[in-house]
Design a protein around this ligand. Structure first.
Ligand SMILES: Cc1ncc(COP(=O)(O)O)c(C=O)c1O
Length: 485
């Protein structure tokens, strides 16, 4: 057992700042002396003394042999991994590196269709052929469900040569899959299991939170420490367990994806966030979880308001609901999640993570205080009481069938492309993602044919002014297509 009180990287950075060294190295602000006074007036002196580079004693993220190596070893122990890699370009960088370390050009990888867009970037970098799994959708809840083990088993019988599986659990909406079964199936077929735990890195620190993917034997876990465990924005960790992953390849991919001047502030924040969670995480969540449950109960008592929770478990591949995620809807009152999001911010000074057609999504974490929860519950109550009754919202559309994949995302990326008017898009090969919200599942990925069914579906969305992520022109006035195969 290592001493999780230790913060080797943070300590070394502080020590360098105290030594009175003449800093004839990058960055040019020289530990704050050259920083804009207005910036310094707000942030103070200390933060700039810590904004350092690979000086003597501070190790090198790309070849760690000293304090960064020790900090990463402490992180590995805290999350139950065998090796951990600090990321200064978010979990997005870790996902690209993990995918490219799992499947090479022309090899297959199994990916749920609702994965984060960095997965597509990973496919572009690796050249792998995605075998997409369409997740189940609960139309009643307007919600994407979990990744069904039976579906994975079915896909593997068709593609037993797939090199690995990518899984997102919990999702942005807090929905968790049966990771233990997914890992077991993947390993039975000799694949590598990559867990996207961007929203799940805190679950490792309290017994009332679901078991994390590394506990279920995942080979790789990509975690946004900044989202859920209190490090600075953009700082994440990629964890590795077992010996299935080619570490050399993973390292090369990380070099490809990350700066040669990785921020020491970000790295230090990972070092201290790890120590804080390892030492105090249990106490933090013992205090926070009952308060979140109380806030959810208050919201549930508002007539017409629903809050997502354990009642989802057992349907649509949902194996657990992550209890810190607070996702609520006033759909039976006809109030859209977008409207809740806007009104909470404008009239009550409460900023949610996002709102979609049905839901308002609040991300809570170690820094959440009681006052924030009280402001949210009081504001939602007020909004509901002031809104005249409207027809309940229903989400009844069916997604179009997944279109044929004419090229891999990498081939589409490297093809000649041009932007054409949307009206001429039918039958062409898309060079872009197109993701309608809800449900947040792409109907087009790069390299796929814009079938009549997909065209009609997107055309309907375009006419009704619905939200669409991905295309350069989000109103779909045009779309980028491949011009040369
Ligand atoms: C499910 C999921 N995976 C990966 C990411 C990427 O994480 P990061 O912002 O740390 O790059 C996100 C970001 O929102 C996400 O929601």
């Amino acid at each position: 057992m290592k001493d999780q009180n230790r913060t080797p990287l943070f300590d070394a950075i502080l020590a360098y700042g105290r030594e009175g060294i003449a800093p004839l190295h990058i960055p040019a602000h020289k530990m704050g002396r050259g920083i804009s006074p207005i910036f310094k007036a707000e942030l103070g002196e200390a933060v700039f003394r810590m904004d350092l580079t690979e000086v003597i004693g501070l190790d090198d993220l790309h070849q760690p042999e000293g304090v960064i190596r020790e900090a990463q070893e402490l992180a590995a122990e805290a999350w139950g991994a065998d090796r951990s890699f600090f990321l200064v370009n978010g979990t997005s960088a870790g996902i690209v590196a993990a995918i490219a370390a799992t499947a090479k050009e022309g090899e297959r990888i199994i990916v749920p269709r609702n994965a984060h867009k960095s997965v597509v970037y990973g496919l572009i970098v690796s050249g792998a052929i995605p075998v997409y799994i369409q997740p189940e959708i609960s139309a009643e809840h307007g919600l994407v469900g979990g990744f069904q083990p039976a579906e994975l088993e079915r896909i593997y019988t068709e593609h037993p040569d797939a090199k690995g599986v990518f899984s997102v659990s919990p999702t942005y909406h807090g929905v968790g899959s049966d990771t233990a079964s997914l890992v077991e199936i993947t390993h039975r077929y000799g694949g590598i299991f990559i867990a996207d735990e961007a929203h799940g890195n805190h679950v490792y620190f309290h017994e009332d939170l679901p078991m994390g993917a590394l506990g279920h034997g995942a080979d790789l876990s990509c975690q946004s420490t900044h989202k859920m465990s209190g490090s600075l924005g953009q700082s994440s960790i990629l964890h590795v367990k077992g010996d299935r992953v080619d570490i050399g390849r993973l390292r090369s991919n990380l070099q490809l994806m990350q700066s040669t001047s990785p921020s020491y502030l970000l790295q230090a924040s990972l070092d201290v966030a790890r120590s804080h969670m390892a030492i105090n995480g249990r106490t933090i969540f013992s205090d926070l979880l009952p308060r979140i449950m109380e806030a959810k109960e208050k919201l549930r008592r508002i007539p017409g308001l629903e809050v997502l929770g354990d009642e989802l478990v057992g349907n649509h591949g949902i194996a657990y609901y992550e209890p810190t995620r607070l996702v609520f809807t006033a759909k039976s009152l006809g109030i859209e999640g977008y409207e809740l999001f806007q009104r909470l911010r404008k009239d009550y000074g409460v900023e949610l993570e996002f709102g979609d057609y049905f839901y308002g999504v609040a991300v809570l974490g170690p820094g959440t205080i009681q006052e924030d929860l009280d402001r949210l519950t009081a504001a939602v109550k007020d909004i509901v009481s002031k809104t005249p009754g409207k027809a309940p919202l229903i989400w009844k559309e069916e997604l179009p069938a997944m279109p044929p994949q004419r090229m891999t995302p990498r081939q589409a990326y490297h093809s000649k492309t041009k932007s054409i008017p949307w009206e001429h898009a039918k039958g062409r090969i898309s060079a872009e993602l197109a993701v309608p919200y809800p449900p947040g599942i792409p109907v087009l990925c790069p390299g796929e044919e814009i079938t009549s069914e997909v065209f009609d579906y997107l055309d309907g969305m375009k006419r009704s002014g619905r939200h669409l992520h991905g295309p350069e022109e989000s109103n779909l006035s045009s779309i980028r297509v491949v011009t040369e195969e």
